[in-house]
Design a protein around this ligand. Structure first.
Ligand code: NAP
Length: 255
């Protein structure tokens, strides 16, 4: 019997089979969950194609997390299909190109606002969508890149992740009384589509390989998938507002 047996889970952010969310969807199914995916804009077709690599092939719903009409349609579709939901994975991030790279001061507020809305505020939007459907409690899990320190090139995405990490704590406070948990997994660098848009990503790769006590492979998403699935299960019943590091131990090393 799998640790997600009988659980119904909404998974955002599956774009390709390299996406962190793909590994989570695959393991969630193996652990007994029924999953629904969401796809976004021009990537929707890619999500539909990637969904075919999962068994059984899950339904894909359209969700731009900044679009409240699409969120309402997803909520209605879940209600019709399942009636209620047990878990949701937030694996969404985007920042306009000016927000990343060499010049921290390059972006205008409108670009920063987009990064903050899509990468941080969207956890609230997703929680607004799923929490009313979590009638027997539930678990919301998101993904961050350790925002307690600054990183080269990550710039405003790092600022957005800091907001995401704070929002996670506020959601835990607000949703706890409904037995809904909110947690984040702080992943080390993994080669996904989103990572390719970060200039100098290879620098992270080298640093991690050099310093992570457990070592690190930028193509292996297994540790992240396992942590997310564990948090979506009933095995972390008293954990909320937390950040679990899945980074080979890199965050714990000073020098
Ligand atoms: P990914 O495969 O590119 O996934 C990012 C997803 O966010 C894509 O499916 C993307 O869709 C979606 N998205 C962007 N804007 C959206 C919107 N408005 N509404 C709905 N979905 C939207 O990359 P990933 O690395 O797996 O990223 C998943 C999460 O893990 C992100 O939060 C990322 O910051 C986090 N993370 C990644 C790493 C890493 O090294 N890769 C490390 C730590 C944390 P489109 O591509 O179609 O726009």
């Amino acid at each position: 019997m799998g640790i997600l047996n009988g659980k119904k889970i909404l998974i955002t952010g599956v774009l390709t089979d390299a996406s962190l969310a793909f590994g989570v969807a695959q393991l969630a199914q193996a652990e007994g969950a029924e999953v629904l995916l969401t796809g976004f804009g021009r990537g929707l077709r890619l999500t539909q194609r990637t969904a075919k690599k999962l068994d059984p092939v899950p339904e894909v719903l359209e969700l731009d997390v900044t679009n409240s009409e699409q969120a309402a349609a997803v909520s209605a579709a879940i209600t019709e299909k399942w009636g209620s939901i047990d878990g949701a994975l937030h694996a969404i991030g985007f920042a306009p190109a000016d927000c990343l790279g060499d010049d921290f001061f390059a972006p205008e507020w409108s670009d920063v606002a987009t990064a903050l809305e899509v990468s941080a505020y969207s956890l609230r939007s997703l929680s607004d969508l799923v929490s009313p459907l979590m009638t027997s409690g539930g678990s919301i899990v998101g993904l961050t890149f350790d925002a307690t320190v600054s990183w080269p090139a990550y710039n405003w995405m790092g600022v957005a992740k800091a907001a995401l990490e704070s929002l996670n704590r506020y959601l835990a406070r607000e949703l706890g009384p409904q037995d809904i948990r909110s947690n984040l997994v702080a992943a080390g660098p993994v080669k996904t589509m989103a990572a390719k848009s970060i200039p100098g990503f290879t620098k992270f790769e080298e640093k991690w390989q050099e310093s992570a006590p457990l070592g690190w492979d930028v193509t292996n998403t297994e540790g992240v998938s396992k942590a997310c699935v564990a948090l979506l299960s009933d095995w972390f019943p008293q954990t909320t507002g937390s950040i679990i590091h899945v980074d080979g131990g890199y965050h714990s090393i000073g020098a």
